[in-house]
Design a protein around this ligand. Sequence first.
Ligand code: ADP
Ligand code: MG
Length: 387
Amino acid sequence: MSAALVSRVEDFSKSLDMAVDGVWSAPGRVNLIGEHTDYNEGFVLPFGIEQRTVVAMGRRDDRIIRVHSKQSDTAVEVSLNELSSDALSGWSAYPLGVAWALGEAGFDLSGVSGLDVVIDSDVPLGAGLSSSAAIECAVAVGLRDVWGFSTTDQELARICQRAENIAVGAPTGIMDQSVSLMAKDGHALFLDCRSLEIDAIPFDLQSDGLAIVVMDTQVKHSHANGGYSARRASCEKAVEALGVDALRDATIEQLEAKRGEMDDETYRRARHVITENDRVLNTVSVLKADGPRAIGDLLVASHVSMRDDFEISCPELNLAVDTALSAGAVGARMTGGGFGGAAIALVESAHAENLIARVEAAFADAGYYAPVCFSVIASEGAKRESL
Ligand code: ADP
Ligand code: MG
């Protein structure tokens, strides 16, 4: 899959008469479990997917950095001498924001060359599979190589997160960038969002005869506004009421003890985060002890918590999950920030096609847009592809 994208991006570079010094790629991701826990300094368990964003870079002999994407009609250029987070907008704030954030993190950009950057991707945009982290991380590993900086992946994840938080203006956590940079083939990545410690957990679905089906509802979400910020604000309110550093540090017993001192909405928001952290830890133990077929109930409990306590699901996501379960899925849940985007179903490979047909039929019956459904496997993180 990525070989085809690499040759597409090379053709794209040729059509622009651009010299190519290297090609890099980074995957989108599916979060298996652990939603809205990352910015609460908790636990997540995502995996990289085969769908990737590919970036070719060629040095220029001036200080201009120029970005093109197959997914956008607008090419954007800016002088490295005038790189500022305020001046960036639209899609180019993702790649140019990474360059800006490198400078911000203390890397000396005063002597580096300008670049032509071309981008192509088969990660669906805005579907909750983190095309945003894929573009940031592919650009980040490319810039690290062409500009000759040395950073750890953990540091690079923080730099990409800053690009998204400040240059783009989307208040996201550290999960997406961490998994896009550090994912491992056939593994899910347990990530402690406080220490950034990671542990690769075997998640080789194919050898277990299982598949994860992504059901992209085609309902567009926007991280940058509304619901996401409101959920973060609720979590902060709960942190204050509980007197802890982060919801990561709170137990369900502490929450119950303070229930009378907070409004019901804040209580339910906190209950989601606290129980979701427990579910991530349980999922890791169950995966290690019994394998992926045993995690179905945890996935379903996570969905119910997001639907009823955190209230970030929507009718399309609920229909996808309910239909998948009635079609025999081992487990299913919405994934990603919510308010649209995708749900996932864990299913016997032999039943995946039937499940997809059932979900498509249910959406047609309900008068919803046709969902886009496909299987994913756990794939490797950002890497250099060629030259
Ligand atoms: P998600 O990360 O779930 O795909 P986001 O809203 O966080 O959704 O990020 C999607 C945005 O990222 C797009 O609207 C676009 O601005 C930018 N983006 C991601 N990938 C690309 C790409 N290949 N080319 C241009 N812009 C991209
Ligand atoms: Mg995103």
